[in-house]
Design a protein around this ligand. Structure first.
Ligand SMILES: [Mn+2]
Length: 221
């Protein structure tokens, strides 16, 4: 092999490797603006984040859940929602779920090279919660927070289910989340959000073994 030829082969190989690395190191981000008669939401998401957040929904306990979701998921999230809280919290919580799900769907793009599915079990003191996520392209959800009070902090607790339903619709994902047992209603919801964040973090992670392969035999996710 002449030195000249070797140089060309080397350069080509390096260029190819650089392209692959650029693709795989691309930071996955999305911006969503969602305006309806009921809510106005602006959202910026980075999947490869550092757990940084700036969140304002007008419902303090919901902010608390989204903040720890961001930190435990190792995402970055900036989210502002102005909703018709004078009517009910329903529109705000559901629409934030939809917008957040849409952001993940947009940031993940064609979903090549991701793990796609993830699950996590989180203990929080006396409470244990599980969550499983499949970024399957299909919407389904099953949520059981086992909360017995109408409110935790200022959040209407029945809306925890509506948040995950909204997320599943926006992300086109299967979301399952359940409190296995526990005493504190605060812990039950918080443990579910933590388990969900960590399950989603796994699902979004890059699969080093499959590389750019689509994690499905169907040909589309
Ligand atoms: Mn808490």
């Amino acid at each position: 092999m002449t030195p000249k030829k070797k140089k060309i082969v080397g350069a080509t190989a390096t260029a190819h490797l650089t392209t692959v690395m650029r693709t795989n190191n691309r930071k996955r981000t999305a911006t969503i603006v969602r305006d309806t008669a009921e809510t106005r939401i602006s959202l910026e998401l980075a999947i490869e984040g550092q757990g940084r957040y700036k969140i304002s929904t007008g419902i303090r306990f919901f902010d608390h859940m989204l903040e720890l979701f961001t930190r435990h998921g190792a995402f970055d999230l900036s989210l502002a929602c102005k909703g018709d809280l004078d009517v009910d919290q329903h529109h705000t919580v559901e629409d934030v779920g939809i917008a957040l799900g849409e952001a993940f769907n947009k940031a993940l793009g064609d979903k090549r090279g991701i793990l796609r599915a993830g699950y996590f079990v989180v203990p929080m003191d006396e409470t244990l919660a599980i969550a499983a996520v499949d970024l399957s392209g299909r919407t389904a959800f099953a949520v059981d927070a086992k909360v017995r009070t109408r409110l935790v902090g200022d959040l209407q607790t029945e809306l925890v289910t509506d948040f995950f339903e909204g997320f599943a619709r926006g992300a086109r994902a299967n979301v399952h989340a359940k409190t296995m047992y526990g005493r504190s209603n605060h812990h039950k919801i918080e443990a579910i959000f933590k388990a969900f964040a960590r399950a989603l973090r796994v699902a979004c992670s890059r699969d080093k073994q499959l590389g750019r392969m689509l994690p499905s035999t169907k040909g589309l996710l």
